[in-house]
Write a protein that binds this ligand. Structure first.
Ligand code: FAD
Length: 400
């Protein structure tokens, strides 16, 4: 292929992370940004299947910081990005058993410190049930409540980011796969794609579960494996209607290892536990009856009405998982290469902050010199794996 073009930066991957990053790079002043997506924006990777839960509460406090910085973007989407990301404020509850009540208090305090005290508080299970009568809370010792938690639509969000990026002059090349990151001497020189070469001094890999493939020849090894995650949907009239007998929040229940949220007024989305690693490039197998029935049994303990609710849909998708289930964000390998991948089942809610901070690092030249840093991104560097210091939760639960 002899065709060639030039850019200031190439972003590889048109999921929510790549779309947000391309927008942010152009917004912050890069003139010619090209985003290459091997399929269609928001249509191929984890973003296309994501449940879109939005919460502050995490057991790793650096994740909390990123989600705290991201929440206002979802809230003020029309002004900050434009369009609509489908954000819905249902309230969020994190539920834990007696062993983890202290950890819950510590994680709630971390979220309040990062986002402000009105954003979250510990409440007792009776109060949680008063707020959401559709819940049954046997075995739950404590709950963290976030009034502004909820969900958004990851496909609409990524599409809105891509539209905003286009308005900033970003070129989006769909159906274009990046085969290889090119170098000249010890720095990045561009990419080789299925439609030709693009020369650029900066390349950002936002390639999700596809990982480091375009940089493999450069010796950049990112420990990312593709893992299958599932979601199902039941028809449950009133699930998302405040005050209804069956109303529920967006919720993660550590006691049963389950999560769920309303979808609109009359449906319930719930997680179906993930299953073994899968080979990239193959179709993701649909959820099986066994997977669905064990997920339903767990959800029915917290939302009894779901036991008799008809199922109205399922979806299974891939996300890239790292050994500590936290993303890799930062410069790596030759000068000019930047990684933002491996979001391990939790990338949507933190994408706004990741894009903002990563773009700031890239534009400050640190992706070129390798001298980071935005302090909030420091925990997520690739080197942590080689140096044996993966991210460890400050106040862990049974499942998180
Ligand atoms: C079922 C499910 C439920 C989830 N629920 C939640 C949730 O409730 N809350 C939350 O925060 N997160 C959730 N997640 C996780 C979240 O959706 C992901 O972490 C996030 O979408 C990752 O975005 P991404 O842009 O990194 O990756 P992706 O969306 O996978 O995008 C990567 C893109 O890169 C493209 N690509 C890869 N290699 C190349 C190449 N060489 N050339 C060109 N293009 C390339 C791919 O085609 C793909 O479109 C869920 C994920 C799944 C699957």
């Amino acid at each position: 292929m002899s065709r060639s073009a030039a850019a200031d930066a190439v972003v590889v991957g048109g999921g929510v992370v790549g779309a947000a990053l391309a927008h942010r790079l152009a917004w912050a002043g890069l003139e010619r940004v090209v985003l290459c997506e091997q399929a269609r924006v928001a249509a191929h990777g984890a973003t296309s299947r994501s449940g879109g839960l939005i919460r502050l509460h995490h057991t790793v406090h650096s994740d909390t910081e990123l989600t705290a910085r991201s929440l206002p973007v979802f809230e003020q989407w029309a002004d900050v990005v434009g369009g609509d990301c489908g954000y819905r404020r249902t309230g969020f509850l994190q539920l834990v058993g007696p062993r983890y009540a202290e950890a819950l208090a510590a994680n709630t305090a971390a979220a309040a410190a990062a986002a402000g005290p009105r954003r979250t508080e510990v409440i007792d299970p009776a109060e949680a049930r008063r707020l959401y009568p559709g819940l049954a809370l046997d075995g739950v010792a404590a709950a963290a409540f976030e009034p502004d938690g909820g969900y958004a639509d990851p496909v609409r969000a990524a599409t809105a980011w891509a539209d905003a990026a286009r308005r900033q002059g970003v070129e989006i090349h769909e159906g274009v796969r990046v085969h290889e990151v090119l170098t000249s001497g010890d720095r990045v020189a561009g990419v080789e794609t299925t439609t030709g070469r693009i020369s650029a001094p900066l390349v950002v890999l936002a390639s999700g579960a596809w990982g480091d493939a375009p940089a493999a020849r450069l010796g950049v090894r990112v420990p990312v494996t593709a893992r299958r995650i599932g979601l199902a949907q039941a028809h449950l009239p009133g699930a998302g209607r405040r005050g209804a007998d069956v109303s529920v929040p967006t919720c993660i229940d550590d006691t049963t290892g389950s999560y769920f949220r309303p979808e609109g007024a009359d449906r319930l989305f719930f997680g179906v536990p993930s299953h073994p690693d899968v080979a990239i490039g193959h179709d993701v197998a649909p959820l099986t009856p066994d997977e669905l029935s064990s997920a339903l049994a767990a959800i029915a303990r917290r939302v009894p009405a779901v036991a008799s609710a008809p199922l109205t849909g399922t979806r299974a998708g891939l996300d890239g998982y790292t050994p500590d289930k936290r993303p890799v964000i930062g410069p790596a390998g030759p000068d000019g290469l930047y990684l933002a991948l491996g979001f391990s089942g939790g990338g949507f809610k933190m994408a706004p902050a990741v894009a903002e901070l990563a773009a700031a690092e890239i534009l400050d030249g640190q992706a070129v010199t390798g001298k980071a840093e935005q302090p909030l991104l420091a925990p997520y560097r690739l080197e942590r794996f080689a140096e044996g210091r993966g991210i460890v939760p400050e106040a862990p639960y049974a499942q998180m």
